[in-house]
Design a protein around this ligand. Sequence first.
Ligand SMILES: [Ca+2]
Length: 287
Amino acid sequence: MTYFEMKKLNNSPLSFYTILFLSSLVFVFQSCSKDSLEEAIDSELVDTKSNPDMSEEEEAISDESVEDDNPNEIEQEELPCSVENQMISEKDGLVVFEFENEAFTSPWSLEDISAMTSGEGYMFWEGDQYLGSPGNGMVTYNLKIDKPGTYQFIWHSAVVMGNSGTDHNDTWLRFPDAADFYGKKGTSIVYPKGSGKSPNPEGAGAEGWFKVYRSGNNLDFKWQASTYDNNAHDIFVEFGAAGIYKMEISARSSGHAIDKAMLFETSINKNTAIENSAINSTIDCFD
Ligand SMILES: [Ca+2]
């Protein structure tokens, strides 16, 4: 190339330096575009893992709710044993369980039509009444007690038949192998008829069974269990040593609906026990 030719090229709009400058611009632009594209893809991948419709705060709450699923429910569903081989395990002086979680047969009936119940609902007896003869429609619960002592018994029950608080309001209850089983009001203590101990309460009873009722004209579900007609005594059970004990119930009046039951060691305040009644005891299996 001659001097004049070089000068001519240098003076033209597309000089060597101009081409070099434009080429640099194109390179920088392509690099930036590539980086932006990769960032966009990365961002899309992250968004795919999370829910694009949720804010970070909502996702945090969502994760918490997954972790807060009731562990007791999952544990019960995964139990390898049948309901007859289950034990309700006392912890810290509390035994809390859904009344329906046992092997009931007809004419016991399971209903779930009250917002005041938990678990699968409540049980009630639809058959003939057994006002003077316990042991019909009997169901046995196994309680695994680690902490020996005296426990008060209450259940969460209602009247779902008629409109009287004194009818269809009781079921038979017995603890056949506990060290003691009695009703108490102040200094008055009574033992079940047929237990071999005295005095016995006014009202029906036989073979170590207490007639256990709920009282009051509000027929809705509430925590209460009493024995002794017209002189309500609370129900107590003594477990002399750690071990597995039977709790038996049998049909008395129809229409007495029972949702849950609870035993609490007497060092625990009754209201405190009721406040903790939403958490059911762990269920274990016999070996
Ligand atoms: Ca229930």
